[in-house]
Design a protein around this ligand. Structure first.
Ligand code: PBG
Length: 325
């Protein structure tokens, strides 16, 4: 051995207890939000083929999911609706008796302590599958906004605790904030999908929610995965417009963006660990190629390390079980 000095980093890794006391990042059950797909059709619990273990579930069976959520100590669920009826303007999204509104009322009546986060978008409710209304084959920003406001207000009336607009129309935070305030919901926060990339990782979700666009793609409203500064502009606008939380979506391939958002803004940052990220891990795990528990916990931890305060993840129930152990 030479007598050149070097640092002994391994001193702090010498035992589990030693590693435990110097660990910088922690994953807690309180960090997790569990997405649920609610079906309008009765008596159903249907596994999503590309998302093993994730179901579309009807309201009469929603209690099965919610009992587990409560048992595991998960604080919030993110609701997506799968309506029986779709049309060009997504009417079921803002029907006070729509699927999400019914599901929200059910949860708030029976599980009042679980936070209901309502996804505010039209794509599950439009027959063309886009997130707004179409004019001349183009998603019209300003014509979509009033419908999104109506959706958010209707969700709040049903008892939603947090409004999460995912549609990527410009001005949605301003408009929804004003709409909520005027309707007397000034205390309902907006969790904005501020930074949402046009990502291939949403594929399995679109199977689950039946929301694949029937023509074109979402690239005129969702962001180009190549852009970093644009993410800052999106976050800035949403903060100015009054967003209470900022979502970065997807998570895994955008940890750099998450870190920058965390460093520049002081609202809670939410990582959305999306469907494709879930399905890839599941597929490998089901083949016995990876250790699912270790991989999932490592991934979720990396999102926290990148600055996320909260994580929306289809692994929420599994992770909560693993954390408890
Ligand atoms: C609705 C919405 C999408 C997701 C969440 N809200 C799909 C999309 O934009 O196509 C994707 C979530 C996931 O992949 O898990 N606009």
């Amino acid at each position: 051995m030479s007598n050149l000095p070097f640092d002994r980093h391994r001193r702090l890794r010498s035992s589990k207890s030693m590693r435990d006391i110097v660990r910088e990042t922690h994953l807690h059950t309180e960090d997790l939000i569990y997405p649920i797909f609610v079906l309008e059709e009765k008596g159903k619990k249907v596994e999503v083929p590309s998302m093993p273990g994730i179901h579309q579930i009807s309201i009469d069976r929603l209690g099965e999911e919610m009992d587990e959520v409560v048992e595991l100590g998960i604080r919030g669920v993110l609701l997506f609706g799968i309506p029986d009826h779709k049309d060009a303007v997504g009417s079921e999204a803002y029907n006070d008796d729509g699927i999400i509104q019914q599901a929200t009322r059910f949860i708030k009546e029976n599980y009042p302590d679980v936070l209901v986060v309502a996804d505010t978008c039209l794509c599950e409710y439009t027959d063309h599958g886009h997130c707004g209304v179409i004019e001349h084959q183009f998603v019209d920003n300003d014509k979509s906004l009033p419908l999104l406001v109506q959706t958010a207000v209707s969700q709040a009336k049903a008892g939603a605790d947090i409004i999460a607009p995912s549609n990527m129309m410009d001005g949605f935070v301003t408009e929804i904030r004003q709409g909520l305030d005027e309707a007397g919901f000034e205390n309902i926060p907006i969790m904005s999908y501020a930074i949402k990339y046009a990502s291939a990782f949403y594929g399995p979700f679109r199977d689950a929610a039946g929301s694949t666009p029937q023509f074109g793609d979402r690239k005129t409203y969702q962001m180009d995965p190549a852009n970093r500064l644009e993410a800052q502009r999106e976050a800035e606008s949403d903060i100015v417009e009054g967003a209470d939380f900022l979502i970065v979506k997807p998570a895994m391939t955008y940890l750099d963006i998450m870190r920058e958002v965390r460093d520049r803004f002081n609202v809670p940052v939410v990582a959305y660990n999306v469907s494709g990220e879930f399905s890839m891990v599941k597929a490998a795990a089901l083949n016995g190629w990876i250790d699912e528990e270790q991989i999932v916990l490592e991934k979720l931890l990396s999102m926290k390390r990148a600055g996320a305060d909260l994580i929306i993840t289809y692994f929420a129930k599994d992770a909560a079980k693993w954390i408890q152990r």
